[in-house]
Design a protein. Structure first.
Length: 486
């Protein structure tokens, strides 16, 4: 097994992450003065999705489609076989996927949510439930749009912000058994495991838990679905945390996981570091049902809405996703940022997971009720003080209940995503320093209220305002401490 890459500095004995790659190409960044950042966040309706990237210094919104590709992936772009049907690129990618996941069929799609659209259309009937460890925003929207409902059966420990449980993404097996029995298999469209989990702090799922879920699905004749979008971080945690897997190759863990599910799908914007997605299955009937929808909604079966160049790079990216040296980088950097923040007392999700560092806005902003969107306010404030764009993962990211009332999120998080191989350790230190300043001045931050609230996926386009103009007082305090220029 490869060593996890850290070194201890000679003077302080500090444990420092060590990147096993170097930058070959760079993009210039700008840090606007604080007054301009204040104007930018106001113009964006206090919604970090609506900021222009030119106004952002460190874009930690997501890893989706913004991971750094490797030199080998760029080289592969030129190999692409451009054709509408029967592209050689497709067959190369199909062969790579079949080796990796051991499934018979691969259906390409333009991104993860496109796979969710096809799956929901194929499997969900009105009134049916989809059971999962935890939802992802687009997954839930596709299911509910078709009249289905989502039931989340995460273990109680998974929703505790701070814990020492290694696999907080695990499904509660006892609850799963009783829910299946109570609902009856005909009322369950499918059971879905997302590993790693997105909305609860990038927390992983153990193979043991997936095996138990799979057994229940098989025993009850229920279709099992695995969302592999965040698989690479999850593989790292299985290898480093799950008993019995210390000496198992990443490729063997991947095939074992895939063998437990009828369908595997993924966003290649995350897994594979390109832009695209795909569905895998060995089930003939499911394959035929989904194939028709892919052709209708995505494109012909040998490209499915993806550019063939991206598909060629994906084949390489997937191979790299099985390399421990590659997949360890994000979790190690997430842990580094989490540790830096905690040195300053900033409350975060623990243990540090994959995808990004997750700040606990409920504890950071104890004075702001959930009805005033503390995680949204904190994301806006973090932009204001550092030009750092994080993402609200709390009540704003939830759908309202059927009666129009707010659905308060279990956790109010701000995610500072660490796209693979993009940021340096000095970026991490800068973020920690600015967020620490904000934490000391947290009493200046207030709530948000909607000015314009879309009915579907409101967090993407919703516009809000700062209650009592708290952002102006925050800017003034910042200028007193840092001057005009930063
Ligand atoms: C777990 C999970 N599933 C599905 C998706 C949807 O993928 P995409 O953004 O490519 O539509 C995401 C995206 O963030 C995700 O994290």
């Amino acid at each position: 097994m490869n060593e996890v890459k850290f070194f201890f500095n000679q003077t302080g004995g500090e444990r420092i992450p060590l990147e096993m790659h170097k930058a070959k190409m760079v993009q210039r960044l700008h840090l606007l003065p604080v007054d301009e950042r204040q104007a930018a966040i106001e113009n964006a309706g206090f919604n970090t999705f609506l900021l222009k990237n030119r106004d952002v210094f460190l874009d930690m919104l997501t890893d989706s489609g913004v991971n750094a590709m490797s030199d080998e992936q760029y080289a592969a772009l030129l190999r692409a076989d451009d054709s509408y049907a029967g592209s050689e690129t497709f067959y190369r990618l199909e062969a790579e996927l079949s080796k990796m996941f051991g499934k018979k069929y691969f259906l390409p799609a333009h991104q993860g949510r496109a796979c969710e659209h096809i799956l929901a259309k194929t499997l969900v009937k009105p009134g049916q439930a989809v059971i999962m460890n935890f939802h992802f925003t687009t997954t839930k929207a596709h299911i509910t749009l078709l009249g289905g409902k989502v039931i989340e059966l995460l273990t109680d420990e998974g929703l505790k912000v701070e814990s020492d449980i290694a696999f907080k993404g695990d499904m509660d097996i006892e609850k799963l058994k009783s829910t299946v029995q109570a609902l009856g298999k005909e009322n369950i469209a499918f059971i879905r495991v997302e590993a790693g989990t997105n909305l609860i702090g990038g927390q992983p799922v153990s193979v043991k838990n997936m095996r138990e879920v799979s057994q229940i699905c098989k025993a009850n004749g229920i279709t099992s679905v695995f969302d592999a979008s965040l698989l690479s971080d999850n593989l790292y945690f299985i290898k480093t945390r799950e008993q019995g897997y210390e000496n198992t190759e990443i490729s063997d863990i991947t095939r074992e996981i895939a063998s437990l599910f009828d369908i595997v799908y993924f966003s290649a914007r995350k897994l594979g570091c390109v832009r695209g997605g795909g569905i895998l299955t060995s089930n003939d009937e499911l394959h035929i049902a989904m194939r028709e929808l892919v052709t209708l909604y995505e494109g012909f079966l040998t490209y499915g809405g993806m550019s063939v160049k991206e598909m060629e790079a994906l084949a390489v990216g997937l191979r790299e996703a099985l390399d421990f040296n590659v997949i360890e980088q994000t979790p190690i950097f997430v842990e580094a940022l989490t540790n830096e923040l905690r040195k300053f007392g900033v409350p975060t999700v623990l243990p540090a997971g994959g995808l990004g560092c997750h700040i606990d806005a409920k504890r950071f902003l104890e004075h702001i009720p959930q009805s005033e969107y503390p995680a949204g306010a904190l994301a806006a404030a973090i932009y204001l003080v550092g030009g750092i764009r994080g993402m609200e993962r709390g009540t704003l990211s939830e759908q309202r209940n059927d009666d129009g009332s707010e659905h308060f999120a279990e956790m109010e998080l701000v995610r500072l995503a660490l796209p693979k191989r993009v940021f340096t350790l000095s970026h991490i230190k800068f973020v920690a320093d600015r967020v620490a300043w904000l934490y000391r001045n947290r009493h200046l931050i207030g709530g948000l209220e909607f000015v314009d609230e879309p009915s579907i996926l409101r967090f993407f386009f919703g516009r809000l305002r700062a209650k009592n103009d708290w952002h102006i007082r925050l800017t003034e305090a910042f200028k007193r401490d840092f001057g005009e220029s930063l």
